[in-house]
Design a protein around this ligand. Structure first.
Ligand code: CO
Length: 216
């Protein structure tokens, strides 16, 4: 690491100190209160893209949103990381809303759409190719490549919302009559605005019967 890089890194600690002071000035009990508990109402499942930071785009403070991010906001049935986050959020924190938030121009979605080889990550992106396959006719009918990729970004969110709902974690919560809604949103990096994609699932009757858990 050269001097310049060291200085840049040190500035992060300076930023942190200034931020902690500002938060304490606004509310002297902010950190002592937070250190005892967290009560977020929301679980955010979003893309790792540095331009889509969960807390900032919905203007929430530390403690107000539980966050899981990965490339292209994918919810894979065997991803123990994501499933553990959902389990903790639903069963322990008892969040009332799970928000799957994608974004237009997502690099992961674009890479899956284009199909060039990128190594290990291709295994992850293959889940998005599955989404493309399911909606290929509709997506290919769009006039430009940018529009096709953006529609795939939307379809990906809707599929991942379904994947969240298909987990036994969410279905068990509904069986226990817990108030839990799964939402699909998309964010535009160009204007900083969020859009709801009209998918809001709050009971098992709304999911495909193939995925419904039978019995108690
Ligand atoms: Co992305």
């Amino acid at each position: 690491m050269n001097k310049f890089q060291r200085r840049k890194l040190n500035s992060l600690f300076k930023n942190n100190k200034a931020w902690a002071e500002k938060m304490t000035q606004e509310d002297p009990n902010f950190f002592s209160h937070l250190s005892k508990q967290q009560h977020p109402d929301y679980l955010w499942i979003g893309c790792s893209d540095s331009r889509v930071p969960a807390n900032q785009v919905i203007d929430l403070k530390p403690g107000e949103v539980f966050v899981h991010r990965n490339i292209a906001n994918v919810v894979v049935h065997t991803d123990l990381n994501c499933l553990s986050v959902i389990q903790y959020a639903v069963n322990v924190l008892e969040v009332q809303h799970i928000i799957v938030c994608g974004h237009y121009g997502c690099g992961g979605v674009k890479a899956a759409f284009e199909g060039h080889e990128h190594g290990l990550i291709d295994n992850w992106l293959r889940h998005i190719k599955d989404v493309y396959r399911l909606h290929k006719n509709e997506i290919d009918a769009e006039a430009t490549e940018q529009k096709r990729i953006n529609l795939l970004c939307e379809k990906n969110v809707i599929e991942q919302v379904a994947n969240v709902c298909h987990t036994s974690i969410v279905q068990r919560a509904w069986k226990k009559n817990k108030d839990l809604t799964v939402h699909g949103w998309i964010y535009s990096i160009e204007d900083g605005l969020l859009k709801a994609l009209g998918t809001e699932i709050s009971e098992s009757d709304q999911i495909n019967e193939i995925h419904m858990l039978k019995g108690n």
